[in-house]
Design a protein around this ligand. Structure first.
Ligand SMILES: [Zn+2]
Length: 281
């Protein structure tokens, strides 16, 4: 699943290609008559959590969720695609560019006036990447309202209804790092187990973890490899490791040198990494 920062970056690229331009061709798989959007002008492209919204000047909006396998390709009009035409989910062309979306999880065309009643967007929590700082009290209230006391930290962080933008990499990294102190890239003295139930997570810890998420997501908007160990806006890539726990099964912990563990979590069986030695259980 792409993280919020990935969707944000993709939206920026697509926005540069499409915003203010007229479409010469349009195809949205499963949407009858989508080719009639040719001639319309793209008025806005933005990321909302893990969703990308493309607005057209005909009171219509395309919502895309990339899922695990979705990807946008950019071609010169008329050039050869790298995947078969039959697997394209969306094609948006201008005179200069052809943007093709393959293997998306979910796409739909929504009439703009209905958008505010639309469940999936309506249901999203505050966007951790929005310009305005989220109301942290609201985020915590959502966690308590939407989840049960026994639900685990890892599941809560991934719940886009509480706050939108955290994906599977950040989930493990954030639980390890713990609440933000002064430096978002410096782990707290101890982390928190991704399996810790909500009822055992102090409120200020949960808020601190979300605050850290916002800084980490923001720091990774620059087009480089995602890293949680260093602020790439201020420093070059680290020599030793770009993450603390994600994908580091059986390697030694950067905080306590115990071995990093890997397991599966929640109804969706999402892969999770943690350190047995230094994350509060
Ligand atoms: Zn450790």
């Amino acid at each position: 699943m792409p993280e919020g920062d990935t969707v944000y970056k993709v939206a920026q690229v697509i926005s540069k290609e499409l915003e203010g331009r007229s479409l010469t061709c349009c195809m949205i798989r499963g949407v009858y008559g989508s080719e009639r959007l040719a001639g319309s002008i793209v008025t806005d492209v933005k990321a909302v959590g893990k969703h990308m919204l493309v607005s057209f000047d005909r009171d219509l909006e395309l919502r895309v969720h990339l899922g695990m396998k979705g990807s946008w390709h950019r071609y010169k009009p008329g050039s050869r695609w790298k995947k078969p035409r039959s697997t394209a989910a969306v094609v948006l062309s201008t005179e200069k560019t052809e943007l093709v979306l393959f293997n998306a999880l979910d796409i739909e065309l929504i009439p703009t006036p209905q958008k505010k009643w639309h469940r999936q967007i309506q249901g999203l929590g505050p966007d951790l990447l929005s310009h305005q700082e989220p109301d942290w009290d609201d985020v915590i209230k959502r966690a308590y309202k939407l989840r049960k006391a026994r639900d685990e930290l890892g599941e809560i962080l991934l719940d886009q209804r509480i706050a939108a933008g955290i994906g599977n990499v950040y989930k493990s990294e954030l639980a390890f790092l713990g609440p933000m102190e002064e430096d978002a890239f410096k782990p707290a003295k101890r982390g928190y187990s991704p399996f810790l139930p909500l009822k055992e997570i102090p409120l200020d810890v949960l808020e601190g973890i979300y605050r850290r998420a916002r800084v980490l997501l923001q720091a990774n908007l620059g087009g480089w490899f995602r890293t949680t160990t260093i602020d790439r806006r201020k420093a070059p890539a680290p020599k030793e490791g770009i993450v603390f726990v994600y994908g580091r099964t059986a390697e030694s912990c950067r905080r306590c040198e115990a071995k990093i563990q890997m397991g599966f979590q929640g109804l969706q069986n999402r892969v999770t990494y943690w350190c047995e030695g230094c994350q509060i259980k």
